[in-house]
Design a protein around this ligand. Structure first.
Ligand code: AMP
Length: 491
């Protein structure tokens, strides 16, 4: 999963992107990068002509006589990567950024974004959130035609399609490229004095536009706007391509470049269940509010006679609040999270994941001992974390642990950018609710229903046609054969 951010017309563009990425850190912790464009930069003696995706430091595509794209990217967290010195190497009033957690292409520096390219239509940099389901197929075709790829990421396919488009104008080439890719993309593309923002016709991943005085901003989530004190304007619509430009007037301008036809929307429901930050407004709804409604609905669907409602922090927090309010059972912080450990699941190495579970959470004995607990989390993936938490609570004296999950059983992988593991690793793909209960050693287990979840998101008249629920229902909005092919290639 990834986060994208961009700004035009601000003298501290790179610094603001840095702040934006800081707020989007939860969307990806493997690598982060910022690209800026200056119109009067000096020639760098190093890294001249460095190819796409290589070298995290000082990578520049030099076009003598300007404009120039500067990029700084590295493996790790935003706060660790960007020093004053690094930010000072990102001049210009227009910039984009990216935080990455790999869902297509491995976890390594060459895949870190933004990807930069020098094309016949000018220099560009690209940040992408989502997975292209025909990325591998397009890459094969391009390679057969002689294209040289520098990364394993499907994002590079978009750059190649832009570079090779017969359209001579960058804007038309972008539309041409996007008309050939299928799947999920929310992108920010940097060009001199401009940032293009686009969302695929299904609108799988979020992307919002905002204003900060004379600047325009684009972000995966509104929480980044709150940090820099920008006002949200609206979402980039499904299938829409817009451009934010430093114009002739003092203020940046927003222009709709293209609207691809959109048969139906397929907003990722998992953004509301788990992924997005609770203080963000995603797809027009505040995430904390929808999670509270999931919890309240869960209490109606699966009531328990218990003493205390305890969330698994942080993922179960708001759903637990909703459950407690609806059921009247007191809410307590019975599990304390060590905030200095990363999100366990997001760490790609198995050894770290297992270790992480143990160091991440600790029960409060005084709250837990002798109690009948309703334990709330947002989802069960493999079931291993949940099992450890239930065991820990029992070791600390819990009388009963009733697990309640604020989404339906996760039965299928995501092909559109969430890192759900392969089907065989998903416990609910092969086990019944009773078998899962038995595996995690809980006294009872209840999942929120699909309809309950969709009603709780409460946005639009027909949530069935607005949201993608494929990981819970197997109803994939884009053809299954393509996904199977892609999955086979990725495996
Ligand atoms: P487990 O019991 O091992 O299946 O782990 C369940 C935990 O994984 C829950 O706390 C979820 O919030 C979390 N989780 C679910 N999906 C993801 C994801 N795609 N990335 C990271 N964590 C996730």
């Amino acid at each position: 999963m990834c986060g994208v951010f961009g700004i035009v017309n601000h003298k501290d563009a790179a610094n603001l992107v840095y702040l934006g990425l800081y707020a989007l850190q939860h969307r990806g912790q493997e690598s982060a990068g910022i690209a800026s464009v200056s119109l009067d930069g000096t020639l760098s003696e190093t890294n001249i002509g460095t190819p796409i995706g290589s070298s995290g430091t000082g990578e520049q595509i030099i076009a003598p006589g300007t404009p120039q794209i500067h990029v700084e990217k590295e493996m790790g967290h935003v706060a660790d990567i960007f020093t004053h010195e690094r930010l000072s190497r990102l001049p210009g009033d227009t910039a984009i950024g990216h935080v990455r957690y790999s869902t297509a292409g491995g976890s390594m520096l060459c895949n870190a974004q933004p990807l930069v390219a020098s094309t016949s239509k000018g220099p560009v940099a690209l940040s992408h959130n989502g997975n292209l389901i025909n990325g591998a197929e397009l890459r094969r075709q391009l390679e057969e035609e002689g294209a040289i790829f520098n990364t394993m990421s499907d994002t590079e396919v978009i750059l190649h399609l832009i570079a090779r488009s017969r359209e001579r104008d960058l804007e038309r080439a972008l539309i041409d490229a996007l008309s050939r890719v299928k799947g999920a993309y929310s992108i920010a593309m940097l060009a001199p004095g401009r940032v293009y923002a686009a969302r695929d016709p299904y609108g799988f991943r979020p992307l919002v536009l905002g204003r900060l005085a004379d600047s325009l901003v684009v972000s995966s989530e509104t929480c980044a706007f709150d940090l820099i004190e920008a006002d949200a304007i609206r979402e980039v619509r499904a299938g829409e391509v817009v451009v934010m430009e430093c114009g002739t007037t003092a203020a940046a301008t927003l222009r709709v470049v293209h609207q691809f036809p959109s048969q139906r929307e397929a907003r990722c429901i998992f953004e509301h269940v788990y992924f997005s930050r609770p203080d963000s407004v995603v797809f027009g709804t505040n995430v904390a509010e929808s999670r509270k409604r999931f919890g309240a609905q869960l209490a109606r669907e699966h009531p328990v006679d218990a003493d205390v409602v305890i969330p698994v922090p942080d993922s179960g927090l708001f759903a637990a609040l909703g459950y407690a309010q609806e059921s009247g059972i007191p809410f307590q912080f019975g599990l304390v999270r060590n905030h200095y450990v990363g999100r366990t699941f997001i760490e790609p190495k198995q050894t770290i994941r297992n270790f992480g579970v143990k160091v991440k959470l600790n029960p409060v004995r005084e709250i837990v001992a002798g109690k009948r607990i309703v334990l709330i989390d947002d989802s069960i993936v493999r079931g291993t974390t949940s099992k450890k938490i239930v065991r820990m609570l029992k070791q600390f004296g819990a009388k009963e642990v009733h697990m309640r999950i604020s989404s339906p059983p996760t039965t299928g992988p995501c092909y559109y950018g969430i890192d759900t593991p392969q089907r065989r690793e998903l416990i609910a793909s092969s086990k019944s609710v009773e078998e899962i209960r038995n595996f995690i050693e809980a006294d009872s287990l209840g999942y929120l229903s699909e309809q309950g979840m969709l009603n709780a998101v409460r946005n639009g008249d027909d949530p069935q046609r607005l949201y993608c629920t494929a990981c819970f229902t197997g109803k994939y909005p884009i053809l299954q054969e393509e996904q199977n092919l892609e999955a086979a290639l990725r495996a």
